[in-house]
Design a protein around this ligand. Sequence first.
Ligand SMILES: [Fe+2]
Length: 377
Amino acid sequence: MTNAQSPAGIQRLDGIYYYVENLERSRHLYVDQLDFPIVAGGHNEEGEYLVFEAKRCRYFFVKPAENTEGARFIKKHTEGIGRLVFEVKDLDAAYLNLEARGATPIEYIKTVESAEGKMRYFDITTPFGDCNWRFVEKEGNILAPGMVRYAEPQGGKNCFEFEVIDHITSNFRTLAPAILWMEHVMGFERYWGIEFHTEDVNKELKKGSGLKSIVMRDPHSGLKFANNEPKKPFFYQSQIQLFVDDLSGDGVQHTALAMRDIVGSIQEMTRRGVRFLKTPKTYYEMLPTKLKQLGVDEIDEDIAVLQSLGILVDGHQHHKYLLQIFLEDSATLFADKKAGPFFLELIQRKGDPLFGGNNFRSLFESLELQHRQEGRL
Ligand SMILES: [Fe+2]
C-alpha cells in the first residue's frame, strides 16, 4: 500500500474519547456491568478521566475541565464521542499527506514524554460534527497526554471477552460530504451500502422511517465506518434525523464491540441489569423463513434462546452469519436527555462480514406484524 492510497497509514484504532458530565454512571455501566478493566484514572489538563480498556477496545472517558475541547463539545451537544484516536506508523508522513489532500489540522505536531514512553500527535477536524480525529505515533507503553496507567488494572476483568471495536457508526443530515472526505482526504474505500424506508415495507403506512447507509473501509488498517443519513419521505421522522436532533448535530451514533460468546454474555449482562433494545416475538416467528431466504440454512444457536435474550441474527450464506444486540441509548439507560443518544452494539461474527442490514428491515416488518396483531394497524 503506497502513501497515496493510504495517506495516514493507520495501523489501528487507539481509542475513543467520550466526553461526559457524570463519570460515575459511565463507570457503573462499563465496569460494574460490562466488566471493563480501568487502566488509568486521575486528572490532566483536559479534565478528570477514567480509561476503560478491554483487549483492543479502549474508551477515554473525560469529564472536561473548563475551556477545553471537551467542555466545548458538551456545552454544544450532549455527552458523546468527541475524538477518535488512530495509531499510525509514520506521523510526519501522515501529517504531510493528509494536509496535502485537504485535511484541516488544528495544530502542529505535538510531543509528550513520560516515564511510560513518548508520544507525538496531531488532531484534524472532520465532517463528523465536533468529533476530531487524532493521529498518534507511540513509543513505549504511553497511554495519552497527561494520563498515567495504574500499576495494575482495576475494576473489571473483561469476563465477556470483548476483543476489538468492530465498526463505528455515525449519523449525518447530509452524508455526501462525509463520504467524499473519507474517500478523497482519508483514502478510504466504499465497502457496502443499503437504503430502505419503512414505506417500502408496508405501503399502507402513511408515515415511516428511512435511512441511507454507506460503509467506508480503510484499506490499510481494515477499520470500518458505517455512515447514515435520513431518507425521504418523512425525512424529519427518520431515526437518523431524530439522533441528530438529540445530539444537536452530526456525530458518532454507536460503536460495536466484537465478542466470542454473545449468548452466554447477554445472560450474565442481563442479570447485572444491562438493558437492551427489545425485539418483538414476531421477529423470531419469522426468523427461520428469513434465514432460509438469505441462504443461511443452519445456525448453532437455539432460536428460543436467542428470543429469550433478544439477540438478532443476519447472514448471507450457509452457516455464515452474525449475532448482534443493541444496548438502550445512554439517555434512556441513565434517564437523562443530556446523557445523549449514543449506544453500544455487541456483535459476534460467525463468518458474516457485513452489518446486519437485513435486521433493520426484519425489525420493521416484525414490528408492523405485531402492531397488526394488536389491532393498531
Ligand atoms: Fe452497527
